[in-house]
Each structure stands twice: as structure tokens, then as C-alpha cells.
Ligand binder design. Structure first.
Ligand SMILES: [Zn+2]
Length: 224
């Protein structure tokens, strides 16, 4: 990798996004996925849970509602395919081997050129499911010899969110996040709106989008 390419989004023909919950692909990664799609990358999403443990949403069958929301959001972002698995929401860190095997099976089937995940360290938000999904994906990336693009927050944004919301976001200094994208949030906002059960007013999501403005910050890890 040259110094210059370290600062650009990789030009992949296809990418597999590995996330824990329906809405992670839009609330977190929407701006990045839209940019990848616009640059010609075929984006596929693997979501490991149906998000049934969310504190938002009063439907008796929240899993079904959220699965449908994922498909709508993915269509708004131009995602090629979505796969939703039914590991327990809130329990991914208890089954690392199972989710790794599932990620590996999809990678072998789709043969993406790279993976896209929430940043390792604490899964960006501090949710153990996010970190478990990321760690499983990174293990598969390493074993399959694939690069992985990690979506992260700059430290000043994380610090502000933690102060204002008592949250546990992890932030990184600019030097550790060499890829800085200028994004158009139009499709991301449409995708977010598709997650009607979750995109509630007052959510930290909105403040995070405000603080990030039209930028997203990433790092790329390459196979050894
Ligand atoms: Zn999530």
C-alpha cells in the first residue's frame, strides 16, 4: 500500500458489510456504504441479529419489523443483497465461533474483495454485539487474506457524545484514521428513516451525524 492509497477508499468490485443489528448499516455506515455504491462497489450486508432486544419499538414481533426495515434501508442505499441471521440480540459475544463460521461461509460464497465493519476496540459505540461482530469479521478477513475497512469516530466527536449522553463511544486521533471521506448524507437519511422503529427523536444518532457533518473517518487493515 502506498502512502497515497492509505488515504483513499479502496476500489473494490464488491464488499461484504458485517454488522450486528438492523440499522447499524444505516445509522453507522450509511454514508460510507453510499459512497462505496456510488464508486461502483457491489455492497452486500450480513446482519447477525434481528435486533429484537431493542428498547425502541413496541411491536410484538419486533424481529420481523426490523428485518423488513433492513431491506427497505438497504434498497435506499443501493445495497445488492442483505442476509439476516437470527443470533440473539445482545448475545453475540457469547458465541464467537458460531458467528465467525457464519461470516466465513458468506465470504466463501460471495468472494468479496474486502470487508466493512464498525471499528475494533469497542465496536465504536461500546455495544458488546458491535465488537463481537467486528472481531468475528476481522478473524475471517485474516484467515481469508482480505482487507477490512473499519468505520471509526474521531476522538473529539466521541468525547462530545460521551459527555452529552453518558455514552461509551471510542474515538481515535486523526493520525489513526487516515481515510477521511466527504459524504452526501441524503441516501443515508432515507435509509435511517426506513428504520422507523428505531430512528426516534432524541437518539444519539442525530447528534453524531451533526457532529460528523459531511465527513466520515476510516482505517484500512490489510491482510498480513
Ligand atoms: Zn447496533
Amino acid at each position: 500500500m502506498t502512502a497515497e492509497s492509505a488515504h483513499r477508499l479502496p476500489e473494490w468490485g464488491s464488499a461484504l458489510v458485517v454488522v450486528a443489528h438492523p440499522d447499524d448499516e444505516s445509522f453507522g455506515l450509511g454514508g460510507v456504504l453510499d459512497t462505496l455504491v456510488r464508486s461502483g462497489t457491489q455492497v452486500h450486508v450480513l446482519c447477525l441479529t434481528a435486533g429484537e432486544a431493542s428498547t425502541h419499538g413496541s411491536s410484538p414481533d419486533l424481529a420481523q419489523v426490523r428485518a423488513a426495515e433492513l431491506d427497505l434501508a438497504a434498497a435506499a442505499l443501493g445495497v445488492r443483497s442483505t442476509r439476516l441471521l437470527h443470533h440473539p440480540d445482545g448475545g453475540l459475544d457469547e458465541r464467537p465461533r458460531e458467528i465467525e463460521a457464519d461470516v466465513a461461509a458468506v465470504v466463501r460464497e460471495l468472494r468479496p474483495e474486502g470487508l466493512v465493519v464498525f471499528g475494533a476496540g469497542n465496536g465504536v459505540t461500546g455495544h458488546p454485539d458491535h465488537e463481537a461482530a467486528t472481531q468475528a469479521a476481522l478473524r475471517v478477513a485474516a484467515s481469508e487474506g482480505l482487507p477490512a475497512l473499519e468505520w471509526c469516530l474521531p476522538e473529539e466527536v466521541a468525547a462530545m457524545l460521551n459527555e452529552e449522553y453518558g455514552a461509551a463511544f471510542a474515538g481515535f486521533p486523526a493520525v489513526d484514521l487516515p481515510i477521511v471521506l466527504t459524504v452526501d448524507r441524503g441516501r443515508q437519511r432515507t435509509a435511517v428513516a426506513a428504520h422507523a422503529s428505531q430512528a426516534v427523536p432524541g437518539s444519539v444518532l442525530w447528534r453524531r451525524l451533526d457532529l460528523l457533518g459531511d465527513h466520515e473517518y476510516l482505517r484500512l487493515s490489510l491482510p498480513l
